[in-house]
Structures are given as C-alpha cells and as structure tokens.
Design a protein around this ligand. Sequence first.
Ligand code: SAH
Ligand code: SF4
Length: 352
Amino acid sequence: MIDLYAQSEADLEALLRSWGEPAFRARQVRAWLYDKGARDVAEMTDLPKVLRERLAAEATLGTLTVVDEQQSADGTRRRLYRLHDGRLVESVLMPYADGRRTACISTQAGCAMGCVFCATGQMGFGRHLSSTEIVEQALRFATELIAVGERLSNVVLMGMGEPFHNYDASVAALRRLQSDLGIGARHLTVSTVGLVPEIRRFAEEGMQVTLAISLHEVEDAARSRLMPINRRWPLAELVEACRHYVDRTGRRITFEWALIAGRNDDEQTAARLGALLRGLSCHVNLIPLNPTGAYDGLPTDPDQVARFVAVLQRHGVPATVRVRRGIDIDAGCGQLTERHLRRAEGEASTPA
Ligand code: SAH
Ligand code: SF4
C-alpha cells in the first residue's frame, strides 16, 4: 500500500504521472489531504472516478490506528495510537480559551533517556518514529478540527520520546508541519532533555522554531540522579550550548522545570537557577510534577510555586507556571500507554 501522507509533492506527481494522470492532480490530492482535511479518498469528489477507485485500492491515508481516547473536563483530549508494527504512542490536543489548539505529539515509541520521573522513560526505548508517523499525529487532529470549523494552531514535540535522539525525522517533521500543514515556525516547539551536539546542530537549521530544554535541577549530582543523560552532557556544557544557540539564532530559549515537592522547589534552588540563567535570553516554564507509577515525587503546592516564581523574578528571569492539563485523565505523557501495557499484561497472565 502507498501511504499518501508519506508522499512529497514530487513523489505524488511521479506516481500519478506513472498512472497516466496530469501533473496538477498531485496538487489536487494534496489540497484534499492538507487544506480540506479529507480522511478518505471517497471525499475527493473533483478527482475522476477511475483515479479515486485506484487510489482507494492502492493507497492509504496514514498508518496510525486509534486504540483509545480520553477527554478531560478541561477539554484536553489524550489519544493512544497503534503504529503499523503494534507499538503504541500518545498524542494530546489541548484547546485554549483564546482559540489556540495545540497538539503535543510523540517522536519515539518509549524513550532511551531514562529520566526517573517520566512515565515514558520508565518504559524504556521501543523505536524511532518516521517523520511521517510524527506528522500524521498532528495531521489527524488538524483534519478533525477542520471538520468542526477550527484550525490546529500550534504543535509541540513534547510527547513520548526524545526528539533530538531521533534528530533527522524530528527536524523533517518540523519542516513538513510548516510546509504541508501551514503552521508557522513560531507556533512550533521542540523539547529536548539536553543533547548538546544536537542543540548545536539545531542552531544551524535556520528555523524560527522554539527550543525548549528540560532542566529540572541546577547541580550536576542532583540532575544526574533525575536525568541520567546529565552524566554525558553536564550542566556547564548544556548551558554553554544554550548560550551558543541564543547567540547564533537570536531566539529566546525556554527552560522546562518540573517542580517536585521538597526536592527542587525551595527558594535557594530558585536563586541558583536565577544565577545560572542570568543574562541569557530565556523563559522558564514551571510545571508541578505529574506523579507517575515508579517515582515517589509529588507536585509542589501553589504557595511554594509562587515563592519560587518570585525569586526567579528578583533575578530578572521571566517565569510562567504551566497549567496542568488533563490531570483527571492521567495526561502526563506515557501514562495512557503504561495503563494499556499493564492491562495487556494482566490479560496475558489471567487464565482463560
Ligand atoms: N524528551 C523531551 C520531550 C518529551 S518530555 C524532553 O525530555 O524534553 C516533555 C516534558 O515533560 C519534559 O520537559 C519532561 O521533563 C516533562 N515531564 C516528563 N515527565 C513529567 C512528569 N511526570 N511531570 C512533569 N513533567 C514531566
Ligand atoms: Fe525521555 Fe523526555 Fe521522558 Fe526524559 S523526560 S525519559 S527525555 S521523554
């Protein structure tokens, strides 16, 4: 089967030419896929019937199958997909009151980085996603939004997996989100655990995409306990790569900080963070920890979050607290997959 979502305009032109169709048919088909949000060849009513029949017989629109979906009280939709080889990945759609519709999508099934607080890290590495599998997650939400007169406005590569461990596919996906889905670079974010060579490489891509770095601790020993990759790329090298990125691109960096009660949320830590980031063009996103199965940490309470923010402000570091979304449906990435894997295990070990 031909996956239409995997065809560039040139690929599709060549394919349709080999079927005896004029070149403009490729643009017509792509307009259906990306602008009009078709989910079935049957919808492409301005194509000749024979072409529609041949496409229906020989081509598919994507390869992802929805296996579960949950909607939270705040409108957040968390979806579990099965890939063609049976692997599971999650995507989330977050609607905001100001009209933004943000998709959070995965770049790998599982993750090799092993951050101890992360449900995806706890399950280990499955495989890299192809750029098309990454794009399809956003495209599926985009087509559903078109159907109700809305538009997918933002995409963050912050779902399962480490985008810079799957660098080429993630960067290719970022380019296609712009060229095929029409999402502006400034509405795209890629988040990394802190792979220093790839941060430097990304600085050369010439993209106006927002780069987010998951920091979570300001001292090497503590950060290494939380995020094993810190042993390979310690804080001094990471911060130097961030400075290089800001100098090279003129873009402000976002730092992610999961607030864990009694561990990294005291005022002294905030002051050290303020000192570390002083003079760097950046923004800190604070996210109270989402508790996960194999990690005993708890989220910081709102009063302590406010004290942490105040210290950062005194250091001239802008910070915002990210609203925890989809809390009632375990919306921390990897949690839905974890639940499914547990259930599958339970079924396998239950005598029939
Ligand atoms: N691998 C990339 C992107 C995916 S994780 C990265 O680590 O940056 C997206 C963000 O969610 C990261 O900032 C990560 O540290 C954070 N995160 C993971 N598990 C979390 C949890 N249980 N609570 C709060 N934030 C979490
Ligand atoms: Fe991987 Fe990011 Fe989770 Fe760390 S936080 S294990 S890098 S997905």
